[in-house]
Design a protein around this ligand. Structure first.
Ligand code: ADE
Length: 216
């Protein structure tokens, strides 16, 4: 799964150009037994399997001081948002831990990680998709990854550091006719060349996050 994600255009290019380096670690390599088991049934009973603290400890120990900030992906974490991505893009190294289990032994949460992040209030089968979300979102904020810095300077959720949604954009054709009777037009002001008016229009159409979805 990671392989196919890391082969996608922008991330692939960033890795090739050495703006990003991704190191995949298989936690099974740190299992203590022949069966390479990394989880076990919960003390006190109940369904599912729980990730073992000793295996996680060994994996992180191997990384030593190369691990940087250790982040556990879990629905119990703090909700990921653009500001989190911005903050983490300043880190030299981050370690993302993905589970594919009912959960982690609580001692992992308690002793081994710097922060816990959730990508939203829903439960996925594992932390791999959340990890890809973080790599994509944080990765594109790393200097050099997105070609023109201007394009990430002002975008939804971070307009002058404020949590706003970008104004609507239009391009050619000026008038689109899906059928003989209908015309879908571009707002006139955007074609006027009057930069002051355009700026005002854009400011008026910049929405707050609580105004989502944008209605017509
Ligand atoms: N693992 C399972 N569900 C998750 C979520 N919503 N966020 C982060 N990690 C998860």
């Amino acid at each position: 799964m990671f392989k196919s994600f890391l082969e996608t255009s922008l991330i692939k290019r960033a890795i090739k150009k050495k703006f990003l380096k991704i190191n995949l670690i298989n936690l099974r390599d740190f299992a203590a037994d022949r069966h390479r088991s990394i989880d076990d049934s919960p003390f006190g009973g109940g369904f599912g399997m729980v990730f073992r603290v000793d295996v996680m400890f060994k994996a992180l120990k191997k990384l030593g001081n190369q691990k940087g900030r250790v982040i556990l992906l879990t629905p119990r974490g703090k909700r990921f948002e653009q500001a989190t991505a911005k903050r983490l893009s300043q880190e030299k190294t981050i370690t993302l831990i993905c589970g594919h289990y009912e959960g982690f032994d609580e001692r992992i949460h308690h002793y081994l990680v710097d922060e816990q992040i959730s990508i939203g209030d829903y439960v996925l089968t594992g932390g791999e998709i959340p990890a890809c979300v973080l790599i994509d979102c944080i990765g594109r904020l790393v200097k050099g990854v997105v070609g023109k810095e201007g394009s990430i300077k002002e975008e939804s959720f971070d307009i002058n550091g404020r949590k706003l949604l970008e104004y609507p954009q239009y391009t050619r054709p000026e008038i689109f006719q899906p059928d003989h009777k209908t015309k879908w037009k571009v707002p006139k002001v955007l074609l006027s060349g009057d930069h002051q008016k355009i700026k005002e229009w854009r400011n008026r159409h910049t929405r707050k996050v609580w105004q989502r979805p944008v209605k017509y």
